[in-house]
Design a protein around this ligand. Sequence first.
Ligand SMILES: *Cc1c(COP(=O)(O)O)cnc(C)c1O
Length: 398
Amino acid sequence: MIGGMKTTRRRLIQAGALAPAAASAAKSTEMSAATPSSLYSSLGIRPVINGVGVVTVLGGSIMPPEVVRAMEEASRYFIPLPDLQRKVGSRIAELLKAPACMVTCGAASAIAVGASACLSQGDAKKLRQLPGRDGIKYEVIQQKTHRSGYEHQMESCGAKIVTVETRQELEAAINERTGMLFFLNKADGHGQIKREEFVKIGKARGIPTMNDAASDATPVENLWKYTELGFDLVIFSGGKALRGPQASGLLLGRKDLIEAALPAMSPYGGIGRGMKVGKEEMCGLLAAVERYVKVDHKAEWRDIEARVETIRRGLKDVAGVETGRHIPEVANELPHATVEWDEGAKKLTAQQVAEKLQAGDPPIHVQRPGAGKLLISVWMMRGGEPGIVAKRLREILA
Ligand SMILES: *Cc1c(COP(=O)(O)O)cnc(C)c1O
């Protein structure tokens, strides 16, 4: 993929077709943490090798050149923002086979405005009243194992979270105050009520269902799978797998609910005025979705496999160290490298190894899922970074 990008860039430069901003954007995807950045160094910030994946705390993902180009072009004009939101929304909805869509400023923001839409049911007066609960269907039901850490996004709109475990409990918990049923997509395997059954209950009882699939846009079919399954609202992060702008997200789903959610967010006053989406994010996310639905995912997958292999090969003959390949069942469903050792025998804990990796230059961030175990996502690594990670791990673990 990177090779292909280089060719395209060279071809474009030869044709004189690449604006300076776009040229530097093309370059940015080839950069690695080892490439000096005068901007970040002037701020005293050292770029890191991202072995964690698409996480907000490390900056999410790197936008491909076409996304940066779209943002750059969008930034040069004034436009009626609500019209742009609608046009971009309908284009994305079409691409992702959803009835309707809007761009939010992140998946968390989509949870908030989506919940506001369900609680206010398209009633402008009720929407203005949030987070007030008088006359509002303010109860949101979710399974115990589906706690996402994003409950505040619903609670700040006035929701009261009601927790259940079984189907019987869910059926019994639904009453005239119930406004929404929340589902955490990646928790499907942990809860007693699975997606299909959850959707069915929502439909039978006339309560909208929301599926937070923020980090689950791999494989690509997931982008339409859950709306097709019948969830009334489905959420994805724009800045994760889609590699759109960091501060963007997707709220997909039922037309009437998207209509109800639009006035819940900036530029309109009220509950979501603090969740601003700029013209740059709207156009950037559209470009990211357009790229994502047509990019060669098989080639990207092979690239990721090769990076995993680079790390495993680099640690092959280190005594007492086992490496593996792991694909999470849902959320970031791509090959990762695992590194395992006996903490007692090595006299090194996973935490100590992770700290040593972070203390190096460039700093390397990885996950440590347990004692003597590292989980390394190679997805967001670029250039020679997998080789650097392997070399440093070898030095630490040998
Ligand atoms: C990342 C994530 C979010 C938040 O996404 P943002 O785009 O950063 O707002 C919400 N829910 C889940 C399950 C996530 O993984």
